[in-house]
Every structure is written in structure tokens, then in C-alpha cells.
Write a protein that binds this ligand. Structure first.
Ligand code: S3P
Length: 431
């Protein structure tokens, strides 16, 4: 198990390229596999999460050729997947397992989906229940709430599902299942979650309707392959955005970042806290907004975040806690109880680990209270096997008075291979 030692240093300077968007890569791989013909996906995320989805699709009979910066997927059409000879291991990825379960529920064969210890402890009832309402036959541990999941493909019927949770993973599992269902499938959620699946449906020419936070799709519509471009992952960029904001005299350029408004909560919140974030060269790529970011150090102040801001910022709370720790004044987060069922319980993990660095942070059932502005001390921290916790603590460590050791950092590979090297490069540029 590897560990990372962060020696306090700064400023961060230069240009850094981050991996392709993880959410978009999962969807690009899955929809290209279901399309008729060959697609090339440029800029895909080579993190382990997406590579696990890629290899699951290969086991489902889809030829995929891998190159460093692009993959070629030979789509076999809506009904072209074949029964895998072994369980599909989704590793650490909730997105991979939940979206693939949606696809596999409507097939004519049997599949088992599983993952690592973290994924096997995360709630799956949230997708199993709506899929069962469509006629899916899915079994799993704890009455179907925990993976491994055994899916006996069956003829699905469209349904009208109102989700109690705003979640793009639930929405996407249901909409993907809807492609194989008889009739119309409708999904509604309280607040809009990220809409990458809908945007990619549009890009591939799959018709659907949107009405507020409800989407309707009709099953059985085949679609043609298309080449796709995946922008850089804003959730990966967020570590350098906060790093450049809090480490004095920094200036970092991050080109080619996905700026889907359902994902840009962290930019809005940091800007409101006083961050200096410039967006250049805004454009559209494969149906997603993209731009180049330039971040310069700026004094931050505390802020109050409520439930309505949570979906657009959901994966950025670990690094947001670090920004709050370095901001002057009090920050509160409420309505973020979903953080307790991510790769780890991120509320507990961030509160426990930042306290070790002398941050005044207290957890609440659905968020945090951070009293910012105290000097950070180095410490010995744990990642809990969660990539975003590991990277957030690494950025906090840059501003501490002594080195910080983070244990169990192999998990960074799930989304951001090369993270530490890129961080060191930005620090070296300042010499
Ligand atoms: C994702 C959706 C979010 C997010 C996850 C990726 C996706 O999860 O936290 O990292 O790609 O659909 P939820 O949909 O469960 O909120």
C-alpha cells in the first residue's frame, strides 16, 4: 500500500492538463458499445474506474482497441451484447456498476456485477428498486441492497419512477434500462443531477423529452456510432483550482475543462468566497460546454452552502473543506448527507483527517461546520481508500507548517493517474 508525503511548498505555477472526465468517459464507452458501428473516443479518462467499465464491455463481447489518448469501440447495436463468462468487476466505481446494471437488466442473459470492498458496501437498492419496478430480476446481498448483484436479464416495461434522491447514477441506470424497455420510461428527481447521459443521448441522436427534472425516453430506438471528445475533468481540476487559490503567489492554467453547469458548483462557490477564476475560450465539444481555466491566489472568506447547491458540487466537498479551512471565518454545509455513501463516508473522513492538521472542523449529520483561518500543521493522515480524500489532504498539506504523510494513496489511480507528478511539476515551475 503506497503513501504520499507532502512537503509544504509553493507557489503553484504553470499549465497542468488533467485526465478526461470520468463521468463522461463511462457514458461514452457504454453508449458507443450500444451504437451501430465504430466510435473513436478521444481524451478518455484512463483512471481505473473507467478502465474497469471498458473491460466489462469487452467481457460483454464488445471489441475495444486502446491507445494512450483514444479508444476505438466497435459498437454492436442495442441488442449486440453477449453473456460474459465471468463476473464483471467494477472495482471502486459506483458509476460503472450502477450504469452497467441498468444496461444489463434488459438483456437476454445472466450477469454478475461486483467491485472492491468500498463498492460492495455502497447502497444498490437505489437502482435495484426502480429497475425491479420495470420488471428486472436482480438479486444481491441484504435483499438486493449490496453488490455482488446477480442480474437475470428480462423483458423490461417502461415505468414512471420518482426518485427520492437526486442522483445521476440512479437516473442513468433507469434511462439506460429504458432503452431496452417496452414503451416509455420516465424518471424524476427532486433537484437536477448532472445531465451527461441526456447530453450524450442527444449527441447520438436518441430522442427523449425533458420537463423540469423529469426525463422520458422510449425503448427500442437504435442509433449510429459517432466519434466523441471527452473534456478534462472539472472534479480532477478542482484540486489544483483550490491549490492555486490558497497557496500564496500561485497562477495555474488548466486547459480544456468540462464546464457543464450541472457540475460547476465549485467554481460558483469559490468565486463567491473570493477566488480569482478566469474562464477563457469557451466552446462546445460533443454536446458538452468546455473552457480553459486560469486561477490566481486570492483571499477567501467563509460561506454557507445549502441543499440546493449540493448536486452541482457533490464530488468537490472534500477539496471544498480544504478551501473552507484556509478561508477567513465560518463555513457551513447542510443538506449534503449523500456524502456519507460515497467511496467512503466523506463527512466523517474529512472532519477526522483535517482535525489532525489543526483545522477547526465539526461534522453534522448532513454536512460540516468549519471555522477557517487557523494555521495548518502537518500530520499523519488516512485516505480511507478514497481518491478524493487523498488528493484533498495532499493539497491541504501544501499549506501546513510541517510535512504531511497520507497513507493508502493507491486509490488516486481510480480517477487521476499521475496526480502527484503533476503537483510536483507545478511546484517546480516556481523555482
Ligand atoms: C456520478 C454521479 C454522482 C457522483 C459520482 C459520479 C455519475 O453520484 O458523485 O462521482 O457519473 O453519474 P450520484 O449520482 O450518486 O450523486
Amino acid at each position: 500500500m503506497s503513501s504520499l508525503t507532502i512537503t509544504p511548498k509553493g507557489p503553484l505555477r504553470g499549465t497542468v492538463h488533467v485526465p478526461g472526465d470520468k463521468s463522461i468517459t463511462h457514458r461514452a464507452l457504454i453508449l458507443s458499445a450500444l451504437a451501430e458501428g465504430d466510435s473513436t473516443i478521444r481524451g478518455y479518462c484512463r483512471g481505473e474506474d473507467c478502465l474497469n467499465t471498458l473491460s466489462a464491455l469487452q467481457k460483454l463481447g464488445i471489441p475495444i482497441e486502446i491507445e494512450p489518448d483514444q479508444v476505438h469501440v466497435s459498437g454492436k447495436g442495442l441488442w449486440g451484447l453477449t453473456e460474459p463468462a465471468e463476473p464483471l468487476d467494477c472495482g471502486n466505481s459506483g458509476t460503472g456498476l450502477r450504469l452497467l446494471t441498468g444496461v444489463l437488466a434488459g438483456q437476454q442473459f445472466f450477469t454478475v456485477l461486483t467491485g472492491d470492498a468500498s463498492l460492495r458496501s455502497r447502497p444498490m437498492g437505489r437502482i435495484v428498486k426502480p429497475l425491479q419496478l420495470m420488471g428486472a430480476h436482480i438479486q444481491g446481498r441484504k435483499g438486493g441492497n449490496l453488490a455482488p448483484l446477480a442480474v437475470t436479464g428480462s423483458r423490461l416495461k417502461g415505468s414512471d419512477y420518482v426518485s427520492p434522491v437526486s442522483s445521476a447514477q440512479i437516473k442513468s441506470a433507469v434511462l439506460l434500462a429504458g432503452l431496452f424497455a417496452e414503451g416509455e420510461t420516465r424518471f424524476s428527481e427532486p433537484l437536477q443531477s448532472r445531465d451527461h447521459t441526456e447530453r450524450m443521448f442527444r449527441f447520438f441522436g436518441i430522442p427523449f423529452d425533458v420537463e423540469g427534472n423529469s426525463i422520458r425516453v422510449t425503448g427500442g430506438q437504435s442509433f449510429q456510432a459517432k466519434d466523441l471528445f471527452v473534456p478534462g475533468d472539472l472534479s480532477a481540476a478542482a484540486f489544483f483550482i483550490v491549490g492555486a487559490s490558497i497557496v500564496p503567489d500561485s497562477e495555474v492554467r488548466i486547459p480544456n475543462i468540462g464546464l457543464n453547469p450541472a457540475r460547476t458548483g465549485i467554481l460558483d462557490i469559490l468565486t463567491e468566497m473570493g477566488a480569482n477564476i478566469q474562464i477563457d475560450n469557451q466552446r462546445d465539444e460533443s454536446g458538452e460546454p468546455v473552457g480553459d481555466l486560469v486561477i490566481r491566489t486570492a483571499p477567501l472568506h467563509g460561506i454557507a452552502i445549502g441543499a440546493s447547491q449540493v448536486p452541482t458540487t457533490i464530488d468537490e466537498f472534500p477539496i471544498f473543506c480544504v478551501a473552507a479551512a484556509l478561508a477567513q471565518g465560518k463555513t457551513t454545509v447542510t443538506g449534503a448527507e449523500e456524502l456519507r455513501v460515497k467511496e467512503t463516508d466523506r463527512i466523517q473522513a474529512m472532519a477526522t483527517e483535517l482535525k489532525k492538521l489543526n483545522v477547526a472542523i465539526e461534522e453534522t449529520p448532513d454536512g460540516f461546520v468549519v471555522q477557517g483561518g487557523s494555521s495548518l500543521q502537518g500530520g499523519h493522515c488516512q485516505s480511507y481508500g478514497d481518491h478524493r480524500v487523498a488528493m484533498a489532504i495532499a493539497i491541504a498539506g501544501l499549506t501546513a507548517e510541517s510535512p504531511t504523510v497520507i497513507d493508502d494513496t493507491d486509490c488516486i489511480e481510480t480517477s487521476f493517474p499521475g496526480f502527484h507528478g503533476k503537483l510536483l511539476e507545478l511546484l517546480t515551475n516556481s523555482n
